[in-house]
Design a protein around this ligand. Sequence first.
Ligand code: ATP
Length: 514
Amino acid sequence: MAQQDDVFKKIVSHAKEYGFVFPSSEIYDGLSAVYDYGQNGVELKNNIKRYWWDAMTLLHENIVGIDSAIFMHPTIWKASGHVDAFNDPLIDNRDSKKRYRADVLIEEQIAKYDEKIEKEVVKARKRFGDSFDEAMFRQTNQRVAENVAKREALHNRFSEAMNANNLDELRQIILDEEIVCPVSGTRNWTEVRQFNLMFKTEMGSTADGAMTVYLRPETAQGIFVNYLNVQKTGRMRLPFGIAQIGKAFRNEIVARQFIFRMREFEQMEMQFFVRPGQEMEWFRYWKEWRLRWHKALGLGDDKYRYHDHEKLAHYANAATDIEFKMPFGFKEVEGIHSRTNFDLSQHEKFSGKNIKYFDPELKENFVPYVIETSIGVDRMFLSVLCSSYEEQALEGGDTRVVLHLPAALAPVKCAVMPLVKKDGLPDKAREIVNDLKFDFATHYDEKDSIGKRYRRQDAIGTPFCITVDHQTLEDNTVTLRERDSMEQTRVNVADLHRLIHDRVSLTSLLRKLS
Ligand code: ATP
């Protein structure tokens, strides 16, 4: 674990050193859980967003996009349930004065039992080798059985308390499990209280009666309140979807783990409207399709898993998370929810407007059911960054830090370098840049030794380096160096465009999905 923490720290400092992510307001000592994206970060982020947007809107002819405002009428949040129920249970430790989410403390305790069980299994596997029968071992080993029983009991008690919103019981679980504050090491806990995560602000001057408005905690509601506008003006028929990318804001109680949990973040959400009764079929479709979208990036199929929800949000009748193996464990990156007709019905009720869909085939009016896919851009960014980072030992005792970013997401696609800064090589290199720059993000670099320049590009994940040398002037060939293998091939300048395009274009990624 300590080793994983180390790697994560290195990734965070690498992200800063190479212009991916900076702490917000750094010269004023930062602002907790708010981050800025630098020159390479913004490109990587834009490429992630483009991959999502194109996969949704180009590959599905029944999905269109919108861009709704962050500010919305405050009654929307009353109707959606956020004013009353968008809460997290918080608990304070009186000695350290640190604040925690009570549910997270208990979930971490459950994870500890899981770790203990896994440790026993790993130990036994080593001991018994090929003859190891894991299923049998899990059933018969006493220590494993004890921990499984404790875990199950805790899990059931926790689920019941969460479902019943029983805050006293959550506190009691923390006491009974003897969970200590990681900072003070004590069990001096306060009561558990509900804490609403929405940020409020005022719209209009106070003199003429300002209105309290909220910074949206999710982008979805902007889609719901526009669904009929889109349906009518786009002449859409069920099933159809509306996609949106935009900022969301949550006053998170515990903001940790870099850009994993931020107070200002970005979501990519798609609401898919279907006939009542067809929602489970579409839920299964989107659950499978979204995982395929992730896996097409090639970060490693074993890095993903589903986590089906037992405690469902007030609006859902099925929900699953796609979790990614971060350096700090499997964590949610995306949620897929069957939201029933809850949101649209609530908006009908609170607005007093009829927002039913008329189905021309069934000749019926009804409120559609909705499947939502909701993914955080920043968490996606983090998963790509973490799984791409490698400190690689090279022959001869050298090391390099390389980001094995999926080529289509890399901030810079190719760097063109004259071997030396003379003999007309810079001019030739510039000529190549001027040709490639219209289609690919291209860097020109002539400073330092060629080795150093390669390392700089490796560190930001540039898939290709093109080196111009004296031979180039004679036969119009260059060396094309590939980031991961470091292999160098001699290619004709005329072939560069095609060779690069084949590897870095988003199209090749999208083709895997259609
Ligand atoms: P968590 O349980 O981690 O708080 P959530 O279940 O509340 O997440 P959703 O409401 O389902 O999250 O939001 C959809 C997606 O938005 C999440 O899968 C995640 O990628 C992203 N997201 C949610 N909260 C944050 C945050 N504070 N910072 C960054 N991304 C977030």
